[in-house]
Design a protein around this ligand. Sequence first.
Ligand SMILES: [Zn+2]
Length: 181
Amino acid sequence: MQAVVLRKFGDPEVLRYEEVPTPIPGPGEVLVRVHAVSVNRTLVKKKRQDGGGYGVGLPLVLGVDPSGVVVAVGEGVTQPQRGARVAIIPMVGCGTCPSCQAGNETACRQLRIIGLHRWGGYAEYIVVPARNTFAIPDGLSFADATIITRHFPMAFGEARKAQLQAGEWVLVMGAAGALGS
Ligand SMILES: [Zn+2]
């Protein structure tokens, strides 16, 4: 497959379009043909420049929020099925610790993030755990699904934390990044 591979940190020219092996989904994983992925200020540009303090290992394929179509499934996967349109949540917990068992993978001490600690969506294909995929409703584009999946949870979480009620207004302090949207 073709992928944009980061082999050293630096300015945009360090990103190289390369031919790399198409990944094969293992048990519990699915192979997704990527249709959309975003460019993030922090999670893409900062990492490309110097790693951003995330413990990034090279070589790396960036892209934290791909969406696309499932084209193959690994052993034991019943959902999603081949042909499904899916968005991908980038947080990959260990799946076995108390936090993961409680459905709170973001608190997992072994949390890995797609596009930071494992290859991301700047490629034709990506392998991800099946549990990280979510069906895209009919009528919603891949691009919209990518942006909603990555940025809506942050804005929604902040609105919930502020105990926003129906009929109230929100002052947006900066029109940039997830908080600003
Ligand atoms: Zn865990």
